[in-house]
Design a binder for this molecule. Structure first.
Ligand code: ATP
Ligand code: MG
Length: 580
């Protein structure tokens, strides 16, 4: 849907040119650099697929680097989950697991070198003054009075900053670039700040921490990253990225390339906001199946293949856009359609008694596990005199063209028999239908007859005495609006009230009782469901609905194709008219 997703996107073109010019000895090294301050979301998946995908394509390597420069926010739990998610998506960083905090010593030395060369200074302006001195997009900034401090004094103060001689925020190490630069990022940006906080890896060793814009490019350079792919908001930081790399004296010269971040409608994609949903207990955790986190969609039943397929279909582009959630669901259905066993579960049961079927008899009916793939084998489903079908598959007074069960009508029970409705039993007080009576045709075993007789409706069913009951969770969008942030100004005001519905009347075919946590199924006609990995117990699965059967994306594509055809035909028609 976006530019160049098969013929080589613009990043691949840059890389191929670099390889052709033997730049970096034609090697390709990329990295995925998460800040461990939350769980990864689908947006990160795009970046992971891109960076690891480029490394795979060009026989290179992709590093996993934790950008843990901000001691306030990092947590071990996040690191663990990030590794698990990247692996689950199917990527392997091998021995290339790095932490920006491992570079703190080197970064400090480089800062000292830059001071010695007269290109950084220690500033005592307050944050308010710094803001005031910075200028605006339309007016230049002005130099800090400390800008011309001597190199000796700068070195001395910077060392004292490191030694803890000053309180937090008292001084800042700033790059000496250009206070009149049209790019605000180049107006003497901060390189180091004083901040007394315990870091999860370096403990209390440091009370000064390097800024992201200094740490990130140098981490790339230390690791000899060749192509540093990041999202568009860093475009204006690129001159500073290059400044840091050049000043550092490190030989490697990574190239920063920006691409558009992924946005999806009806969802939010910011760790900070996702954290708010978790902390306010609006969801059950980072892995709540409604969350756009990788752990959430995994628990919901998404497959890594479907996410990689999605990432390749959306491609990479240079301008921001919002992708339709229906495309992600479409990729998922395509994958599950091939992989998921097709089973029968009745979500809203209505009892059907087959009055001419022997009282105690049980027959085993053979069913394909997936007609798309014979290698998935067959299984047997018990059939008996009393079964359940969906309430919606029966109507006492049906409209025309209703092909499901109704009085006097014959339908097929999938994999079983033809049955004809003979009676409707109602509660004498409420009038509610409590049971439907049918007769079956013993000559229709397996769901067909050789007399060529046709029935239009087919229902799924379960045998009442063999079925078991389980909780099923149906999910819908967490938010009401396509753009939850813009709709109300606060995404929390856009929360949908009904994003989780638990139904507990369901009756499931017995084979599902032993389903493994994480296993996916297609419940015939009802959608794809997977066994919840958190709340299921052995022999007592709880199911999450992953996605319904209705593929709105495929329908949109079909409608668009149809509209195009009509347009083409009418153009042809016009031409003919013009010619006559
Ligand atoms: P968030 O705003 O959700 O916290 P972030 O960009 O701060 O995201 P990082 O941990 O810094 O999160 O991101 C790691 C990598 O993932 C970065 O290279 C970033 O560019 C990329 N990334 C983050 N969000 C998206 C997105 N929506 N689409 C594509 N790439 C993304
Ligand atoms: Mg970030």
């Amino acid at each position: 849907m976006e530019e160049n997703n098969t013929a080589g996107n613009f990043i691949e073109k840059i890389i191929e040119k670099d390889i052709a010019n033997n730049k970096n000895n034609s090697e390709v090294v990329t990295r995925f650099p998460p800040e461990p301050n939350g769980y990864l979301h689908i947006g990160h998946a795009k970046s992971i697929c891109l960076n690891f995908g480029l490394a795979e394509k060009y026989n290179g390597t992709c590093h996993l680097r934790f950008d843990d420069t901000n001691p306030a926010k990092e947590e071990i739990e996040y690191i663990k989950s990030i590794k698990e998610d990247v692996k689950w998506l199917g990527f392997d960083w091998g021995k290339h697991e790095y932490y920006a905090s491992d570079y703190f010593d080197k970064l400090y030395e480089i800062a000292v070198k830059i001071i010695k060369e007269g290109n950084a200074y220690v500033d005592s302006l307050s944050p308010e003054e710094i803001r005031e001195y910075r200028g605006t997009l339309t007016s230049p900034g002005k130099n800090s009075p400390d800008r011309e401090r001597s190199i000796e004094d700068n070195l001395d103060l910077f060392e004292k900053m490191k030694n803890g001689d000053f309180e937090d925020g008292k001084y800042l190490l700033r790059a000496k670039i250009d206070m009149a630069s049209p790019n605000l990022n180049m107006r003497d940006p901060a390189l180091y700040r004083i901040k007394r906080m315990t870091h999860h890896r370096t403990g209390d060793k440091w009370c000064i921490y390097p800024m992201y814009d200094f740490t990130h490019p140098l981490s790339d350079a230390f690791e000899s990253v060749t192509h540093s792919v990041c999202t568009l908001e860093f475009e204006d930081h690129r001159p500073l990225y290059n400044w840091s790399v050049n000043e550092s004296g490190v030989e490697a010269k990574p190239k920063q390339i920006e691409f558009a971040r992924l946005n999806i409608n009806y969802t939010i994609m910011s760790k900070r906001k996702l954290l708010e949903l978790v902390e306010k207990e609006i969801v059950s955790g980072w892995d709540d199946p409604r969350m756009p986190t990788i752990s959430g969609i995994r628990r919901r039943g998404y497959t890594p293949e479907s996410i990689r397929d999605f990432a390749s279909r959306i491609g990479v582009a240079k301008s921001n856009s919002t992708v339709d959630f229906a495309l992600l669901e479409h990729c998922l259905r395509e994958d599950l359609n091939k992989k998921a066993k097709r089973v029968m579960a009745v979500l809203d049961p209505l009892k059907v008694v087959i009055t001419n079927y022997p009282l105690e008899k049980t027959e085993m009916m053979e069913a394909d596990n997936n007609p798309e793939d014979e290698s998935m084998g067959k299984r047997e489903i018990p059939f008996s005199r009393e079964i359940f079908i969906e309430k919606e598959d029966f109507m006492e007074n049906p409209p025309k063209k209703y092909f499901r069960l109704s009085p006097g009508k014959e339908i097929r029970l999938k994999h079983a028999y033809y049955v004809t409705c003979t009676d409707v039993i109602k509660d004498p007080d409420s009038g509610e239908i409590i049971e439907v009576h049918c007769t079956y045709d013993p000559a229709s075993k397996g769901g067909w007859t050789d007399d060529g007789r046709k029935v239009k409706g087919t229902s799924h069913w379960v045998s009442a005495k063999h079925a078991f009951n389980a909780d099923i969770r149906l999910y819908s969008n967490l938010f009401e609006s396509e753009n939850p942030e813009e709709a109300t100004g606060n995404f929390l005001d856009d929360l949908a009230s009904d994003s989780l519905e638990v139904i507990s009347e369901c009756q499931l075919e017995p084979s599902l009782k032993e389903a493994e946590p994480g296993e996916s199924f297609q419940f015939l006609r009802k959608g794809y469901f997977c066994v919840d990995t958190v709340d299921s117990k052995p022999g007592a699965p709880v199911f999450n609905r992953t996605v319904s059967m209705r593929d709105t994306w495929a329908k949109l594509q079909r409608d668009a194709a149809k509209a195009q055809k009509i347009k083409d035909n009418s153009v042809k028609g016009d031409t003919r008219k013009g010619n006559s």
